[in-house]
Write a protein that binds this ligand. Structure first.
Ligand code: HEM
Length: 179
């Protein structure tokens, strides 16, 4: 997992829960990195999982809710870092249906070692989209947060229903209907 995901995560934890919480979750986790991350480095996904689980245990907020809030913050990082990529799109459905064939393809060019999910387009119309998410990382709520913000970015909103295909969350169907 790319370092930027860790640095932005720990910044948000500091913002919301204070620097003591950052120190606490780093101490409670067994991290090869020692909790020191650079934006361009690459670290084990298991480190993110431990940080999330420890934050969840200390705050009582579920890891899904933490990932959702984190993704909403991460979207603004993407807006600032990749304005050109977002400017390619004029419509949220177009953008979300292009994650697999365009957006994450570009991400792979920038970070060849990025670990990305697959988003298969199952159905698409002007105002609706059905996407099948697959990833060993089961970060579907991170996807959900990014999708919410994608609609907001285009001054729009949608109802998004998650249907778990696999119980462990490694395969999830997103049923998206624009309001
Ligand atoms: C992960 C970039 C848009 C869904 C990531 C990662 C990067 C990235 C750098 C981390 C990879 C790693 O740590 O190895 C971008 C950029 C975008 C974009 C630059 C747009 C400009 C989106 C959108 C979605 C999305 C709109 C909506 C669903 C995800 C998910 C992950 C991810 C779910 C977590 C990894 C996983 O589930 O396996 N993306 N992304 N991304 N992205 Fe994107």
């Amino acid at each position: 997992m790319k370092g930027i995901v860790f640095t932005e995560f720990l910044d948000l934890v500091e913002d919301k829960f204070g620097i003591e919480m950052v120190d606490k979750i780093i101490e409670q986790s067994e991290l090869d990195s020692g909790g020191v991350y650079t934006a361009i480095g690459t670290y084990k996904f298991s480190e993110m999982l431990q940080l999330l689980e420890n934050l969840s245990n200390n705050t009582g907020v579920s890891t899904d809710d933490l990932l959702l809030v984190y993704a909403e913050h991460f979207f603004s990082v993407l807006e600032d870092s990749y304005p050109g990529l977002l400017a390619t799109y004029k419509d949220p459905i177009e953008m979300l249906s292009s994650i697999e064939d365009h957006i994450h393809v570009e991400v792979k060019k920038i970070y060849p070692d990025a670990e990305l999910p697959t988003f298969l387009v199952e159905e698409k119309s002007e105002n609706s989209l059905v996407l099948l998410y697959k990833s060993s990382r089961a970060m579907h709520h991170f996807g959900l947060g990014l999708m919410n913000k994608t609609f907001e970015h285009f001054n729009s909103s949608a109802e998004i229903v998650l249907e778990k295909i696999k119980n462990d969350g490694t395969e999830v169907r997103f049923i998206i209907n624009k309001n």
